[in-house]
Design a protein around this ligand. Structure first.
Ligand SMILES: Cc1ncc(COP(=O)(O)O)c(C=O)c1O
Length: 596
């Protein structure tokens, strides 16, 4: 329930509308009640309903009436999860062979790229792929390593990225991906169409079909979207009714920032719901997760302040930190001992040159690291922050809704009180099937951000229709829709993730991350294996995400599987058979053999 202080700041009309949509029992004389009485009503109802509406502590247990799809491996799954919770994830050492062949692969690609540029410029062979001549009198707009990398490395494998998804499929676990062809050596891609393209080069097969327009689509199991709780799959049963009915009473866009005329009642309802879910005074909702970090961090910290950031923090945190003007120090990924050392030195040495104390120090970490599949060592990090009296900012983009027995994220999972984290940030893009981001914090911090953060002042507010999607998803997760859907989703996500991780590890692949995390990166190492893995999986009807340098270190290219509550055990078993085939083809079993 929203805190009393946040309720007091609302107008009577807002309170009434909130009561109508959130309280289980609304008195018939609500429209005549005074503000103080409505606030009392929230307090009474919250104390009687909050404990019964949340999924219970035994979220993961199956009742006698339910069928456990993993009963045959249940005890192994539970012991692996318990072991993982008590120990850091295993470290995978890259073999000399993999390191050498990876460097060699990049060296060959770069040399061949430069040779092609040389012949392109001198003999005009393939010159259309060489950077355009700059406008007279101007420095070249595009002339850098990035440009070379794009043309000579990325374009070779660009069919593995930006694959368009067929209409209406979104992030669903079973989706149709458009088949594409290239007639210019992969420089540009066109959707394959049986009516217009002749000599299409894609391979026909059991997963291909042609739609009414003649476009060729491939039926795939989606192992790449952040559809953690499967709201994309059961949207018609869980969210459609609320979202579609909102369309007739709320605009798709407010066409204005939050502080101007862009705040709809649904924004406020969502903010209060987020605050209640996380046990914070209040929350601020913005229209994009990335911008939530990129615009609130500069509002919170400035010159004279110090940010201490985990080495593997997301680029949105990095952007916010750079834009803030604060000094930034980095500590070793998830290592609280290193954080302790960095903090001690920063406090002892103070601001360089003047040696004056820092105005404030903020430690920034993530709940689940999206490229590592690893969750934050939050308990120890909180302890260090408390010891030195510094602030903690936690990005829960991937953990909110996906971790913890009631989906309350990394704090719940690691047993940390949300009050011990000063600023909780998260996004609605993943578990909630929506978009946008939030900051949940104390009342004074949220009030300050409302008027100081660029995301609130300068960019368009989150679509009210999307707010409704998120509100409905929250209610499902919290069990306030009167069903066990939320509990079942949380349980299915955990079971599917742990099963997939166990089987991938059994295969002898180098799998990163922890049990209970829905993200499973598998190391591919060699640049040639990035494309080979993606194409072979696609051929077999698996849509997977592959990631290479510079998004990850040069030696650490990977495939990243994201598991969903919407997957069934059969989906995963079928996928695992195909992944095993591809792992053999691409020689990826590095945990079993030096040569993969
Ligand atoms: C840790 C983290 N923070 C922020 C974001 C940005 O979120 P959004 O995609 O909702 O803009 C992401 C995106 O994946 C992320 O991984």
């Amino acid at each position: 329930m929203p805190s009393t202080s946040s309720l007091k700041q609302m107008k009577v009309a807002e309170l009434r509308s909130l009561a109508m949509s959130t309280l289980p029992e609304v008195p018939s004389n609500l429209s005549k009640m005074k503000k103080a009485d409505i606030i009392d009503l929230f307090q009474v109802t919250s104390s009687s309903s909050s404990s019964s509406s949340s999924p219970s502590a035994d979220t993961y247990k199956y009742d006698s009436s339910e069928v456990d799809p993993y009963s045959d491996v249940r005890s192994r799954l539970e012991s692996l999860a318990a072991h993982s919770a008590a120990n850091p994830p295993p470290e995978h050492h890259i073999t000399l062979f993999a390191a050498f062949t990876t460097y060699l692969g990049y060296a060959v690609l770069i040399c061949v790229g430069h040779l092609r540029d040389f012949f392109g410029l001198t003999l005009s062979i393939g010159s259309r792929y060489v950077p355009a001549t700059p406008r007279t009198g101007c420095a070249p707009l595009l002339k850098s390593w990035d440009n070379f990398y794009n043309r000579r490395l990325y374009h070779r494998i660009q069919d593995c990225f930006n694959r368009p998804v067929g209409g209406g499929e979104g992030a669903k676990c079973r989706m149709k991906v458009m088949e594409r062809v290239s007639y210019d050596g992969n420089k540009t891609m066109t959707v394959a169409n049986r009516k217009t393209n002749k000599n299409t080069q894609f391979q026909d097969g059991e997963y291909n079909e042609t739609d009414a327009e003649g476009d060729v689509v491939r039926r795939c199991l989606n192992l790449g979207s952040y559809n953690y709780l499967g709201f994309a799959d059961d949207w018609n049963e869980t969210c459609e009714e609320d979202v579609l009915s909102t369309l007739s009473v709320a605009p798709v866009s407010c066409s204005s920032p939050r502080v101007e005329v862009g705040t709809h009642l649904l924004h406020r309802e969502l903010e209060l719901l987020v605050a209640r879910f996380l046990g914070k005074d209040d929350a601020l909702v913005l229209n994009m997760g990335f911008n939530t970090n990129a615009t609130t961090i500069p509002a919170l910290v400035q010159k004279g302040d110090l940010i201490i950031s985990d080495q593997l923090n997301h680029t949105s945190i990095v952007s916010g930190a750079r834009a803030s003007g604060a000094a930034v120090r980095v500590f070793k990924h998830n290592d609280h001992h290193d954080l302790d050392a960095v903090l001690r030195e920063a406090i002892v040495m103070g601001i360089p040159r003047t040696r004056r104390p820092w105005n404030k120090i903020v430690v920034m970490v993530e709940g689940i690291y999206s490229m590592e599949g690893e969750y934050c060592n939050l308990k120890n990090i909180v302890e260090v922050c408390k010891r030195y009296g510094v602030y903690l900012y936690l990005d829960e983009a991937h953990s909110i809704g996906a971790m913890g027995k009631t989906g309350r994220g990394c704090c719940e999972y690691t047993g940390v009180d949300t009050k011990d984290v000063d600023v909780l940030m998260g996004t609605f893009t993943k578990s909630f099937g929506g978009m946008g981001g939030y900051i949940a914090a104390s009342q004074d911090v949220v009030d300050y951000l409302r008027t100081k953060c660029a995301g609130s002042i300068f960019h368009n507010s989150l679509s009210p229709i999307v707010c409704q999607q998120i509100i409905t998803a929250f209610k499902v997760i919290m069990g306030e829709d009167g069903t066990k859907n939320g509990r079942n989703k949380l349980r299915a996500l955990r079971d599917n993730s742990n099963y997939m991780r166990m089987r991938l590890t059994d295969m002898g692949l180098h799998v990163l991350g922890n049990y209970d995390s829905p993200i499973m990166p598998v190391l591919l190492y060699n640049p040639t294996k990035i494309a080979a893995f993606s194409r072979e999986c696609f051929k077999r009807g698996l849509a997977v995400v592959v990631v290479g340098f510079p998004a990850v270190p040069i030696l650490m290219s990977r495939a990243r599987f994201c598991v969903s509550a919407g997957h069934t055990r059969k989906d995963l078993d079928d996928a695992l058979v195909k992944i095993e085939e591809v792992a053999d083809l691409c020689k990826l079993r590095y945990a079993r053999s030096t040569f993969g």
